[in-house]
Design a protein. Structure first.
Length: 302
């Protein structure tokens, strides 16, 4: 599936996706595609061990944080215990749940770099029932440099999470927009990867490089890692360009693409300001329904 990069550069998006804006698009592929039936997640009589899922894309602004928060909230609605891990120095996930990153005493940085810090020293309860948070702030950016000299540096996050996996059903890791050592740590700790992909041509650049990184982690560090799915985000089926890009994603990845598509809506920026998930801020909105559907897909694929 991956495409080798030309010397001195990254893979060309056109090598995987040839988008011709002059080509007629007769129907919205997000509506016309054949969908698998959604099943209601069965109730649980106990929790754990958790399945760890990394939300990863080296391009920023594609909906990783929004998806981590709202997917976690939708999972919690159906009785799953969820730990959200903010693994981005920007701290957007922490802020999106109502915390002020710059006011935090301890974060994922301390958990990674200070052996005297236990996970309970960092873990926070959120206002969403069933969801806990490992927060982050700009301090985490230093870990990328400091981990370089550590033994088994790629397994640092996995070791930190291990004690609490029996307490949760899912651990969702919101990765930073890069393919550096922090992202490799997340992929090494994960059982699965979800790639949020904005339905816009330039967002396709680098997807082959991301897939190549996932395959390298599979071969060298984490043979149990698998690609759970591609999540189309910020989709606008009214535009020819959006429909064409989504069609090319379907052609390239087939059934790996989730049936659920996250469409553009003003509700998502509102939830960021409110500091809560869309499932509670705008419970009856199309965005809330989409993430509830995604939760059912993810649970069914697990």
């Amino acid at each position: 599936m991956s495409k080798k990069a030309p010397p001195g550069g990254e893979p060309e998006a056109g090598a995987l996706f040839r988008v011709e804006s002059s080509r007629a698009a007769s129907a919205d592929p997000a509506v016309a595609r054949k969908r698998r039936p959604l099943t209601e997640p069965p109730p649980l009589d106990r929790h754990g061990p958790a399945r760890v899922v990394a939300l990863c894309n080296q391009k920023g602004g594609v909906g990783k944080t929004t998806s981590a928060i709202n997917l976690g909230a939708a999972m919690a609605e159906v009785g799953r215990r969820v730990l959200l891990v903010d693994f981005d120095p920007q701290g957007a996930l922490s802020a999106g749940l109502g915390f002020q990153p710059h006011q935090l005493d301890r974060t994922t940085y301390d958990l990674l770099m200070d052996r005297g810090v236990a996970i309970d020293d960092v873990r926070l309860k959120t206002q969403v029932p069933g969801i806990d948070l490992l927060p982050s702030n700009i301090d985490l950016s230093a870990a990328e440099i400091q981990l370089v000299t550590e033994v088994a540096r790629e397994q640092t996050l996995a070791r930190a999470l291990a004690p609490v996996l029996p307490e949760y059903d899912f651990v969702l890791i919101d990765c930073q927009p890069s393919l550096g050592l922090l992202t490799v740590n997340a992929l090494t700790a994960a059982h699965g990867v979800i790639i949020p992909l904005e339905c816009e041509y330039f967002s396709l650049r680098g997807v082959a490089l991301l897939i190549d990184t996932i395959e390298k982690v599979q071969h060298r560090l984490n043979p149990d890692l698998k690609l759970d799915g591609i999540l189309a985000t910020m989709y606008d089926g009214r535009t020819l360009h959006g429909r064409e890009v989504f069609s090319r994603v379907l052609e390239a990845f087939g059934d790996t693409v989730f049936d659920t598509v996250i469409s553009r809506t003003v509700r998502f920026p509102e939830t960021t300001v409110a500091g809560e998930p869309i499932t509670s801020w705008a419970s009856s909105s199309s965005g809330a329904k989409a993430y509830r559907d995604l939760a059912r897909e993810v649970i069914a694929r697990s």
